[in-house]
Design a protein around this ligand. Structure first.
Ligand code: UGA
Length: 421
């Protein structure tokens, strides 16, 4: 099929490369001249496992063509995927200015020809509202994305489900047809429900892990082991084992923004979603709880202390530091007079002292915080860490290290949600 993707950001690039690999002819439009030039020069502007290979293959085979102009890219397309930024507005709801502008442009220039599928996360009710506004001039369908950073290409190729929200069954069929070749259930629904599926899934997952984090804090205080607790819980088939890892709270570009946006939507609709508000507050408290523990471990005052931080990305497998819990913790500790010496294999962050390797970051440290679950931290020689540190405390916020290995290096090991403080 002739398919256009507008926006070569994280979602658009994966969408374009993935659809090209399914055999479609893709026209990819990007408004930022620098990003477009990079793509034309054969560079992949973001790091995502497997993306470079698919993208390069598509560009070299001519199954992905690049455009600076949306209309030129879209004029022969059956489906146009809108993969445009929707940053949080003042009230927390996603700002759809850019999406609206592009739809306006396509409606004016091309009329109702191609089906316009909104992939960006937009406030619930957006497709309906825009359909009323543009009337017969635009055919709007909601087709939310469920890609995780770091595994986006594999998520695209092996989706749990594909959601298509459309008023017109013919338009729904066209969009669903693009994904033929992927073995996944297709959820056909109305646009508003499709948009709510996206917010519902992200907010539910955020709630689930916030619950686990709170339970980890209880485990810590009553002397239980959260890793055994979640294992035992996850074996219940109604609960399942995924998304039960305790940690310093959720980060990234999606959960923090989507939970707030769903709260804003609910409020506007006249419903106070107090459970979700508690999730947001409780997630914030998770960092306070951790900082409180760090303070206690350092005898009540972090001022003048040196803290090694392993990992600053919001999760492993990405260089993304947006809403990173590690950096939020570092910010508070630095505000209280500590020095934070950080090492991350991919990410670079503000405020912290950036170190070239884990051992350098541990040099002279009073306490070592494991903040992101990079597997390589398990391989670090803990005897060497013990030798270079000033203190002997290791606080593992991801339950990543092997307690025995750390303890036998002569260090005191404290793990989130385990009976040890
Ligand atoms: C999330 C969703 O998982 C995707 O389905 C969705 O498409 C995406 O948001 C989006 O809306 O675009 P992502 O933000 O990349 O994807 O990250 P996740 O892997 O879901 O992790 C989110 C946060 O939860 C991270 O801070 C992670 O460290 C934390 N987490 C996750 C835990 O603390 N424990 C877990 O067991 C799982």
């Amino acid at each position: 099929m002739q398919v256009t993707v507008i926006g070569a950001g994280y979602v658009g690039l994966v969408q374009a490369a993935g659809l090209a690999s399914l055999g479609h002819d893709i026209r990819l439009a990007e408004a930022d001249p620098r990003r477009l030039a990079a793509l034309r020069a054969g560079e992949t502007p973001i790091f995502e496992e497997g993306l470079e290979g698919l993208l390069t293959a598509g560009l070299e085979a001519g199954s992905i063509l690049l455009f600076s102009d949306n209309v030129a890219a879209a004029n022969e397309a059956e489906v146009v995927f809108l993969c445009l930024p929707t940053p949080p507005g003042i009230d927390g709801a996603a700002d759809i200015t850019i999406v609206t502008k592009v739809i306006e442009q396509l409606a004016n220039e091309l009329g109702p020809g191609p089906v316009l599928a909104i992939k960006s996360t937009v406030p619930v009710g957006t497709a309906e509202r825009l359909s009323r506004r543009f009337g017969a001039r635009a055919s709007l369908v909601s087709n939310p994305e469920f890609l995780r950073e770091g595994t986006a290409v594999s998520d695209f190729l092996n989706p749990d489900r594909i959601v298509v929200g459309a008023k017109d069954p013919e338009q729904a069929k066209v969009v669903a047809g693009v994904y033929e070749g992927l073995r996944a259930p297709i959820v056909l629904t109305d646009p508003t429900s499709a948009e709510l599926i996206k917010y519902g899934a992200n907010s539910y997952l955020a709630a689930r892990l916030t619950f686990v984090n709170a339970l980890a804090n209880v485990a810590e205080t009553v002397g239980a082991d959260i890793m055994d607790v979640v294992h035992g819980m996850g074996l219940d088939s109604r609960i399942g084992p995924h998304f039960l890892k305790p940690g310093p709270g959720y980060g990234g570009s999606c959960f923090p923004k989507d939970t707030i946006a769903l709260l804003a939507t609910s409020r506007q609709a006249g419903y106070e979603f107090s459970l979700l508000q508690t999730v947001v507050d409780s997630d914030r408290n998770q960092r306070h709880w951790i900082v409180g523990n760090v303070r206690r471990m350092l005898n009540g005052d972090v001022g003048g202390k040196r803290i090694a931080m392993w990992g600053i990305a919001f999760k492993a497998g990405t260089d993304d530091i947006r809403e990173s819990p590690a950096l939020k913790i570092a910010h508070v500790l630095i505000g209280e007079g500590a020095v934070v010496a950080a090492y991350d294999p991919e990410a670079i962050g503000p405020e912290v002292e950036q170190c070239p390797d884990p051992i350098t970051s541990a040099e002279g440290a009073d306490l070592l915080l494991v903040a992101t679950e990079w597997p390589l931290f398990r391989e670090v020689d803990m005897v060497e860490v013990a030798r270079v540190m000033r203190g002997d405390l290791v606080y593992d916020l991801r339950n990543l290290l092997d307690p025995q290995t750390v303890r036998s290096a002569g260090l005191r090991y404290v793990a989130l949600g385990r009976p040890n403080i």
